[in-house]
Design a protein around this ligand. Structure first.
Ligand code: C5P
Length: 227
């Protein structure tokens, strides 16, 4: 299991200061919408300058018509990131179109599909998708697998079932991790590191419990010691 730190701080300077504190650890860095919209490609380059071995996950959750998603995916290819994601609910054809567009590249980033956002409660999810989270997450994962993606974003609660219906190598990445039972914030389906491990999660995403800590490096070290 690998640790992915969410760089969700309000300014570029704060994010870079956080990254400098964890530069000696073998971790992934997650760049989300706010940071990418504001700081762009330059920020991605700055991360690799701090440590070229950092792996970057560009968390933009693409959702649009198939051709527009494939165009965006192709632009992402030029950024040199190691992983990015798209929404499974954009549909299987959209996922297939993205993967087909990337076929011509010898090396491409990992592509994951977002199933159910971890901030959804069952009721909130049902309002949008008219299904329960577990059933729909499994179906989205199956679609993503058939479309040729590398894995899905889901909560730790769906990881094992998804592995069972796809296969062990189909990756799961789970946000909503509260490594040692910290405050959940707006997340609804949270889990700790030990639970994520039991559920065979490949990547845990941790944001607030690291960047809001007095000593982020210490928290990272404590998490890595458990993996
Ligand atoms: O601070 P926290 O650990 O809750 O951060 C979780 C991160 O994972 C945030 O950047 C959030 O946008 C992202 N995320 C999520 N749920 C998903 C997909 C991404 O919480 N399903």
């Amino acid at each position: 299991m690998q640790l992915c730190i969410a760089l969700d701080l309000p300014t570029k300077e704060e994010n870079l200061a956080l990254v400098s504190k964890v530069k000696n650890y073998d971790v992934w860095l997650k760049v989300g919408l706010r940071t990418y919209i504001r700081d762009g490609e330059e920020f991605l380059k700055a991360l690799k300058t701090i440590n070229p071995n950092f792996k970057i996950f560009l968390d933009l959750k693409l959702y649009d018509i198939p051709n527009t998603m494939a165009d965006a995916a192709e632009s992402i290819m030029g950024l040199g990131v190691d992983m990015f994601n798209i929404h499974a609910s954009a549909g299987k054809r959209a996922m297939q179109t993205v993967m087909q567009r990337l076929e011509k590249y010898e090396k491409r980033p990992l592509v994951l599909a977002v199933t159910a956002l971890t901030s959804f409660s069952e009721d909130e999810f049902r309002d949008v998708y008219e299904a329960d989270i577990a059933t729909k997450a499994n179906q989205f994962a199956q679609d993503a697998k058939e479309a040729g993606l590398d894995g899905v974003v889901c909560s730790a609660y769906e990881s094992l079932a998804i592995k069972n219906i796809t296969n062990e190598n189909f990756m799961t990445l789970t946000p909503g991790i509260r490594p040692f039972g910290e405050d959940a914030g707006d997340q609804k389906r949270v889990a700790d590191v030990a639970f994520a491990q039991e559920q065979k999660v490949d990547f845990i995403v941790v944001g607030r419990p690291i960047y809001q800590a007095q000593d982020p490096a210490k928290v990272v070290e404590k998490i890595l010691a458990q993996l």
